[in-house]
Design a protein around this ligand. Structure first.
Ligand SMILES: Nc1ncnc2c1ncn2[C@@H]1O[C@H](COP(=O)(O)OP(=O)(O)OP(=O)(O)O)[C@@H](O)[C@H]1O
Ligand code: SF4
Ligand SMILES: [Mg+2]
Length: 324
Protein backbone atom coordinates (compact mmCIF):
# COMPACT_ATOMS: atom_id res chain seq x y z
CA UNK A 1 0.00 0.00 0.00
CA UNK A 2 1.26 3.46 -0.97
CA UNK A 3 -0.25 5.40 1.93
CA UNK A 4 -1.53 3.72 5.06
CA UNK A 5 -2.91 6.04 7.72
CA UNK A 6 -3.55 4.29 11.01
CA UNK A 7 -5.53 5.61 13.96
CA UNK A 8 -4.46 9.21 13.39
CA UNK A 9 -5.29 11.72 16.13
CA UNK A 10 -4.96 15.49 15.85
CA UNK A 11 -5.94 18.00 18.53
CA UNK A 12 -6.23 21.76 18.57
CA UNK A 13 -5.87 23.65 21.80
CA UNK A 14 -8.30 26.53 21.61
CA UNK A 15 -9.78 28.97 24.10
CA UNK A 16 -12.94 26.85 24.18
CA UNK A 17 -10.98 23.72 25.07
CA UNK A 18 -9.38 20.90 23.14
CA UNK A 19 -10.86 20.31 19.66
CA UNK A 20 -10.41 16.69 18.62
CA UNK A 21 -10.33 17.46 14.91
CA UNK A 22 -9.06 14.02 13.89
CA UNK A 23 -10.09 11.28 16.24
CA UNK A 24 -8.73 7.90 15.18
CA UNK A 25 -8.77 8.12 11.38
CA UNK A 26 -7.55 5.16 9.31
CA UNK A 27 -7.50 4.77 5.54
CA UNK A 28 -5.28 3.46 2.79
CA UNK A 29 -4.48 4.40 -0.80
CA UNK A 30 -2.82 2.14 -3.37
CA UNK A 31 -0.68 3.30 -6.28
CA UNK A 32 -2.93 4.36 -9.13
CA UNK A 33 -5.98 4.50 -6.89
CA UNK A 34 -8.27 7.45 -6.16
CA UNK A 35 -9.71 7.74 -2.69
CA UNK A 36 -12.38 10.38 -2.16
CA UNK A 37 -12.65 11.77 1.35
CA UNK A 38 -16.11 13.07 1.88
CA UNK A 39 -17.82 14.91 4.72
CA UNK A 40 -19.51 18.11 5.79
CA UNK A 41 -17.60 21.25 6.67
CA UNK A 42 -15.59 20.87 9.87
CA UNK A 43 -15.41 17.06 9.79
CA UNK A 44 -11.60 17.10 9.81
CA UNK A 45 -10.80 16.46 6.14
CA UNK A 46 -8.27 19.25 5.68
CA UNK A 47 -6.65 18.69 9.06
CA UNK A 48 -6.19 15.01 8.15
CA UNK A 49 -4.54 16.04 4.87
CA UNK A 50 -2.29 18.56 6.60
CA UNK A 51 -1.17 15.99 9.16
CA UNK A 52 -0.36 13.51 6.38
CA UNK A 53 1.57 16.14 4.41
CA UNK A 54 3.36 17.41 7.52
CA UNK A 55 2.09 20.97 7.12
CA UNK A 56 -0.18 21.15 10.15
CA UNK A 57 -0.23 24.48 11.99
CA UNK A 58 1.71 23.52 15.13
CA UNK A 59 0.71 25.04 17.51
CA UNK A 60 -2.29 25.21 17.84
CA UNK A 61 -2.55 21.80 16.12
CA UNK A 62 -0.72 18.69 17.29
CA UNK A 63 -0.64 15.09 16.12
CA UNK A 64 -1.32 13.14 19.30
CA UNK A 65 -1.34 9.60 17.98
CA UNK A 66 -1.28 7.21 15.08
CA UNK A 67 0.94 6.41 12.12
CA UNK A 68 1.25 7.77 8.60
CA UNK A 69 2.98 5.03 6.63
CA UNK A 70 4.10 6.25 3.22
CA UNK A 71 5.86 3.68 1.08
CA UNK A 72 6.34 1.74 4.29
CA UNK A 73 7.93 4.54 6.36
CA UNK A 74 6.17 6.29 9.22
CA UNK A 75 6.35 9.96 8.25
CA UNK A 76 5.48 11.05 11.79
CA UNK A 77 8.84 9.71 12.92
CA UNK A 78 10.91 11.61 10.35
CA UNK A 79 12.88 14.77 11.02
CA UNK A 80 11.49 17.94 9.44
CA UNK A 81 14.24 17.99 6.82
CA UNK A 82 13.47 14.43 5.70
CA UNK A 83 9.78 15.24 5.60
CA UNK A 84 10.47 18.20 3.37
CA UNK A 85 12.19 15.87 0.96
CA UNK A 86 9.14 13.59 0.92
CA UNK A 87 6.97 16.62 0.14
CA UNK A 88 7.40 17.52 -3.47
CA UNK A 89 9.25 14.44 -4.61
CA UNK A 90 7.09 11.83 -2.84
CA UNK A 91 3.75 13.50 -2.26
CA UNK A 92 2.32 16.85 -3.25
CA UNK A 93 -0.80 18.79 -2.48
CA UNK A 94 -3.26 20.81 -4.55
CA UNK A 95 -5.25 23.39 -2.60
CA UNK A 96 -8.60 24.96 -3.23
CA UNK A 97 -7.34 28.48 -3.56
CA UNK A 98 -4.57 28.69 -6.15
CA UNK A 99 -4.29 32.47 -5.91
CA UNK A 100 -3.21 32.45 -2.28
CA UNK A 101 -0.97 29.40 -2.77
CA UNK A 102 1.01 30.91 -5.64
CA UNK A 103 3.52 33.70 -5.18
CA UNK A 104 2.01 36.89 -6.70
CA UNK A 105 5.37 38.55 -7.44
CA UNK A 106 6.97 35.66 -9.33
CA UNK A 107 6.04 34.64 -12.85
CA UNK A 108 4.38 31.27 -13.26
CA UNK A 109 7.44 30.09 -15.17
CA UNK A 110 9.80 31.06 -12.33
CA UNK A 111 7.63 29.24 -9.78
CA UNK A 112 7.38 26.09 -11.87
CA UNK A 113 11.07 26.32 -12.76
CA UNK A 114 12.03 26.60 -9.09
CA UNK A 115 10.82 23.05 -8.56
CA UNK A 116 13.60 21.92 -10.89
CA UNK A 117 16.37 24.32 -9.91
CA UNK A 118 15.86 23.70 -6.18
CA UNK A 119 14.98 20.00 -6.14
CA UNK A 120 16.81 18.76 -9.22
CA UNK A 121 19.71 21.20 -9.50
CA UNK A 122 18.83 22.14 -13.09
CA UNK A 123 20.05 25.29 -14.81
CA UNK A 124 17.54 28.14 -15.13
CA UNK A 125 17.32 27.59 -18.87
CA UNK A 126 16.54 23.89 -18.57
CA UNK A 127 14.10 24.58 -15.75
CA UNK A 128 12.29 27.12 -17.94
CA UNK A 129 11.97 24.52 -20.70
CA UNK A 130 10.56 22.04 -18.17
CA UNK A 131 8.08 24.68 -16.98
CA UNK A 132 6.76 25.11 -20.52
CA UNK A 133 6.55 21.34 -20.91
CA UNK A 134 4.54 21.07 -17.71
CA UNK A 135 2.18 23.85 -18.75
CA UNK A 136 1.60 22.01 -22.02
CA UNK A 137 0.92 18.87 -20.09
CA UNK A 138 -1.81 20.47 -17.99
CA UNK A 139 -3.10 22.00 -21.23
CA UNK A 140 -2.53 25.66 -20.62
CA UNK A 141 -2.75 27.16 -24.11
CA UNK A 142 0.18 29.20 -25.47
CA UNK A 143 2.46 27.95 -22.72
CA UNK A 144 5.57 29.43 -24.32
CA UNK A 145 4.15 32.95 -23.94
CA UNK A 146 2.23 32.49 -20.74
CA UNK A 147 5.23 31.13 -18.86
CA UNK A 148 6.31 34.79 -18.46
CA UNK A 149 3.03 35.91 -16.91
CA UNK A 150 2.07 36.36 -13.26
CA UNK A 151 -0.61 34.34 -11.42
CA UNK A 152 -3.15 37.20 -11.47
CA UNK A 153 -3.04 37.17 -15.28
CA UNK A 154 -4.54 33.66 -15.30
CA UNK A 155 -8.22 32.76 -14.92
CA UNK A 156 -9.27 30.68 -11.91
CA UNK A 157 -9.34 27.45 -13.90
CA UNK A 158 -5.95 28.13 -15.50
CA UNK A 159 -4.45 28.99 -12.12
CA UNK A 160 -5.68 25.70 -10.78
CA UNK A 161 -3.90 24.02 -13.70
CA UNK A 162 -0.71 25.82 -12.68
CA UNK A 163 -1.15 24.43 -9.16
CA UNK A 164 -1.58 20.96 -10.58
CA UNK A 165 1.51 21.44 -12.74
CA UNK A 166 3.49 22.37 -9.60
CA UNK A 167 2.15 19.30 -7.83
CA UNK A 168 3.10 16.86 -10.60
CA UNK A 169 6.43 18.55 -11.42
CA UNK A 170 8.58 16.05 -9.55
CA UNK A 171 6.32 13.11 -10.46
CA UNK A 172 5.20 12.32 -6.90
CA UNK A 173 3.73 8.95 -6.02
CA UNK A 174 0.78 10.58 -4.27
CA UNK A 175 -1.25 13.73 -4.72
CA UNK A 176 -3.62 15.09 -2.11
CA UNK A 177 -6.14 17.48 -3.62
CA UNK A 178 -8.15 19.43 -1.05
CA UNK A 179 -11.33 20.71 -2.71
CA UNK A 180 -9.37 21.43 -5.89
CA UNK A 181 -12.37 22.65 -7.87
CA UNK A 182 -14.63 24.27 -5.28
CA UNK A 183 -13.79 27.85 -6.28
CA UNK A 184 -14.43 27.19 -9.99
CA UNK A 185 -17.60 27.25 -12.04
CA UNK A 186 -19.20 23.97 -12.99
CA UNK A 187 -17.80 23.46 -16.50
CA UNK A 188 -14.27 24.36 -15.44
CA UNK A 189 -14.66 22.07 -12.41
CA UNK A 190 -15.32 19.14 -14.71
CA UNK A 191 -12.30 19.97 -16.89
CA UNK A 192 -9.95 20.21 -13.93
CA UNK A 193 -11.29 16.93 -12.49
CA UNK A 194 -10.79 15.23 -15.84
CA UNK A 195 -7.23 16.52 -15.98
CA UNK A 196 -6.46 15.19 -12.50
CA UNK A 197 -7.94 11.81 -13.34
CA UNK A 198 -5.94 11.63 -16.56
CA UNK A 199 -2.64 12.57 -14.93
CA UNK A 200 -3.26 10.01 -12.21
CA UNK A 201 -3.67 7.31 -14.85
CA UNK A 202 -0.66 8.47 -16.82
CA UNK A 203 1.70 8.55 -13.83
CA UNK A 204 -0.03 5.80 -11.84
CA UNK A 205 -0.21 8.17 -8.89
CA UNK A 206 -2.31 7.63 -5.84
CA UNK A 207 -4.85 10.43 -5.48
CA UNK A 208 -6.63 11.52 -2.33
CA UNK A 209 -9.48 13.76 -3.37
CA UNK A 210 -11.09 15.76 -0.58
CA UNK A 211 -14.51 17.08 -1.41
CA UNK A 212 -17.96 17.65 -0.05
CA UNK A 213 -19.46 17.13 -3.46
CA UNK A 214 -20.74 13.59 -3.90
CA UNK A 215 -21.57 14.46 -7.47
CA UNK A 216 -17.93 14.56 -8.62
CA UNK A 217 -16.97 11.48 -6.67
CA UNK A 218 -18.92 8.88 -8.60
CA UNK A 219 -17.01 9.47 -11.82
CA UNK A 220 -13.46 9.66 -10.58
CA UNK A 221 -13.03 7.78 -7.29
CA UNK A 222 -12.33 4.09 -6.72
CA UNK A 223 -13.06 4.22 -3.01
CA UNK A 224 -14.77 6.60 -0.62
CA UNK A 225 -13.99 7.38 3.01
CA UNK A 226 -16.84 9.27 4.66
CA UNK A 227 -15.81 11.46 7.60
CA UNK A 228 -17.97 12.70 10.43
CA UNK A 229 -16.76 14.65 13.48
CA UNK A 230 -13.12 13.63 13.03
CA UNK A 231 -13.75 9.95 12.30
CA UNK A 232 -14.13 7.78 9.23
CA UNK A 233 -17.66 6.43 9.57
CA UNK A 234 -17.79 4.43 6.35
CA UNK A 235 -15.15 3.32 3.90
CA UNK A 236 -15.95 1.31 0.79
CA UNK A 237 -15.59 0.96 -2.97
CA UNK A 238 -17.60 3.69 -4.70
CA UNK A 239 -20.07 1.33 -6.37
CA UNK A 240 -20.93 -0.39 -3.10
CA UNK A 241 -21.71 2.93 -1.45
CA UNK A 242 -23.92 4.06 -4.31
CA UNK A 243 -25.78 0.76 -4.34
CA UNK A 244 -26.45 0.70 -0.62
CA UNK A 245 -24.83 2.79 2.11
CA UNK A 246 -24.02 0.94 5.35
CA UNK A 247 -24.04 4.07 7.50
CA UNK A 248 -27.01 6.40 8.06
CA UNK A 249 -24.77 9.44 7.60
CA UNK A 250 -23.65 8.22 4.18
CA UNK A 251 -27.29 7.61 3.36
CA UNK A 252 -28.06 11.18 4.42
CA UNK A 253 -25.33 12.54 2.14
CA UNK A 254 -26.55 10.47 -0.79
CA UNK A 255 -30.12 11.58 -0.24
CA UNK A 256 -29.09 15.21 -0.27
CA UNK A 257 -27.58 15.24 -3.79
CA UNK A 258 -29.59 15.26 -6.99
CA UNK A 259 -28.93 12.05 -8.91
CA UNK A 260 -29.79 11.54 -12.53
CA UNK A 261 -30.49 7.86 -11.98
CA UNK A 262 -33.03 8.64 -9.27
CA UNK A 263 -34.91 11.42 -10.99
CA UNK A 264 -38.04 12.56 -9.27
CA UNK A 265 -36.98 11.29 -5.88
CA UNK A 266 -37.34 13.81 -3.11
CA UNK A 267 -34.15 15.40 -1.79
CA UNK A 268 -33.52 15.42 1.92
CA UNK A 269 -30.78 17.42 3.52
CA UNK A 270 -29.52 15.90 6.75
CA UNK A 271 -31.34 17.58 9.62
CA UNK A 272 -29.37 19.55 12.19
CA UNK A 273 -25.72 20.58 12.16
CA UNK A 274 -22.43 18.77 12.75
CA UNK A 275 -21.20 19.02 16.36
CA UNK A 276 -18.49 21.33 17.61
CA UNK A 277 -15.30 19.30 17.88
CA UNK A 278 -14.65 20.66 21.37
CA UNK A 279 -17.90 19.03 22.44
CA UNK A 280 -18.51 15.85 20.46
CA UNK A 281 -21.67 13.97 21.60
CA UNK A 282 -21.16 10.83 23.68
CA UNK A 283 -21.66 7.46 22.07
CA UNK A 284 -22.07 7.72 18.31
CA UNK A 285 -21.26 11.34 17.41
CA UNK A 286 -24.00 11.26 14.78
CA UNK A 287 -26.80 10.21 17.15
CA UNK A 288 -28.48 13.62 17.62
CA UNK A 289 -29.08 13.76 13.86
CA UNK A 290 -29.58 10.10 13.07
CA UNK A 291 -33.05 8.87 12.10
CA UNK A 292 -32.08 5.34 13.21
CA UNK A 293 -30.61 6.22 16.62
CA UNK A 294 -31.51 4.08 19.63
CA UNK A 295 -30.44 4.00 23.29
CA UNK A 296 -27.15 2.19 22.71
CA UNK A 297 -26.14 4.91 20.23
CA UNK A 298 -26.23 7.52 23.00
CA UNK A 299 -23.76 5.60 25.18
CA UNK A 300 -21.52 3.34 23.06
CA UNK A 301 -19.10 4.51 20.37
CA UNK A 302 -19.62 2.18 17.39
CA UNK A 303 -16.43 0.42 16.27
CA UNK A 304 -15.80 0.06 12.53
CA UNK A 305 -17.62 -3.16 11.61
CA UNK A 306 -16.37 -5.19 8.72
CA UNK A 307 -19.14 -5.17 6.12
CA UNK A 308 -17.01 -7.03 3.57
CA UNK A 309 -13.31 -7.58 2.92
CA UNK A 310 -13.09 -4.12 1.35
CA UNK A 311 -15.68 -2.26 3.36
CA UNK A 312 -16.27 -1.03 6.91
CA UNK A 313 -18.96 1.00 8.66
CA UNK A 314 -18.94 2.45 12.17
CA UNK A 315 -22.60 2.00 13.06
CA UNK A 316 -24.28 -0.34 15.56
CA UNK A 317 -27.04 -0.94 13.03
CA UNK A 318 -25.09 -1.10 9.77
CA UNK A 319 -26.90 -4.27 8.67
CA UNK A 320 -30.26 -2.61 9.01
CA UNK A 321 -28.99 0.44 7.15
CA UNK A 322 -27.57 -1.72 4.36
CA UNK A 323 -30.85 -3.59 3.93
CA UNK A 324 -33.08 -0.56 4.45
N1 LIG B 1 -6.08 26.50 12.96
C1 LIG B 1 -7.01 25.91 13.72
N2 LIG B 1 -7.20 26.29 15.00
C2 LIG B 1 -8.13 25.70 15.78
N3 LIG B 1 -8.94 24.71 15.37
C3 LIG B 1 -8.81 24.29 14.11
C4 LIG B 1 -7.85 24.87 13.21
N4 LIG B 1 -7.95 24.25 12.02
C5 LIG B 1 -8.93 23.32 12.18
N5 LIG B 1 -9.44 23.35 13.43
C6 LIG B 1 -10.49 22.48 13.97
O1 LIG B 1 -10.56 21.32 13.18
C7 LIG B 1 -11.88 21.13 12.68
C8 LIG B 1 -11.83 20.47 11.35
O2 LIG B 1 -11.34 21.38 10.39
P1 LIG B 1 -11.06 20.97 8.89
O3 LIG B 1 -10.49 22.20 8.27
O4 LIG B 1 -10.26 19.74 8.83
O5 LIG B 1 -12.50 20.70 8.33
P2 LIG B 1 -12.91 20.25 6.85
O6 LIG B 1 -13.55 18.90 6.95
O7 LIG B 1 -11.75 20.38 5.95
O8 LIG B 1 -14.04 21.30 6.49
P3 LIG B 1 -14.32 22.12 5.12
O9 LIG B 1 -15.18 21.23 4.30
O10 LIG B 1 -15.03 23.34 5.59
O11 LIG B 1 -13.00 22.43 4.49
C9 LIG B 1 -12.48 22.51 12.72
O12 LIG B 1 -13.88 22.45 12.86
C10 LIG B 1 -11.84 23.11 13.95
O13 LIG B 1 -12.53 22.69 15.09
S1 SF4 C 1 -24.62 4.03 15.63
FE1 SF4 C 1 -26.74 4.65 15.96
S2 SF4 C 1 -26.73 6.88 15.88
FE2 SF4 C 1 -24.81 6.16 15.00
S3 SF4 C 1 -25.21 6.08 12.86
FE3 SF4 C 1 -25.63 4.03 13.65
S4 SF4 C 1 -27.81 4.04 14.12
FE4 SF4 C 1 -27.21 6.17 13.85
MG1 LIG D 1 -11.26 21.66 4.39
Amino acid sequence: MLLDVRDLHVEFRTRDGVARAVNGVSFGVDAGETLAVLGESGSGKSVTAQAVMGILDTPPGRVTGGEVLFQGRDLLKLKEEERRRVRGAGMAMVFQDALSSLNPVLTVGDQLGEMFTVHRGMSRKDARAKAVELMDQVRIPAARERVRQYPHQFSGGMRQRVMIAMAIALEPALIIADEPTTALDVTVQAQVMDLLAELRREYRMGLVLITHDLGVVADVADRIAVMYAGRVVESAPVDDIYKAPAHPYTRGLLDSVPRLDLKGRELHAIRGLPPSLTDVPRGCAFHPRCPMARDVCRTDVPAPHEVSATRAAACHFWKECLNG
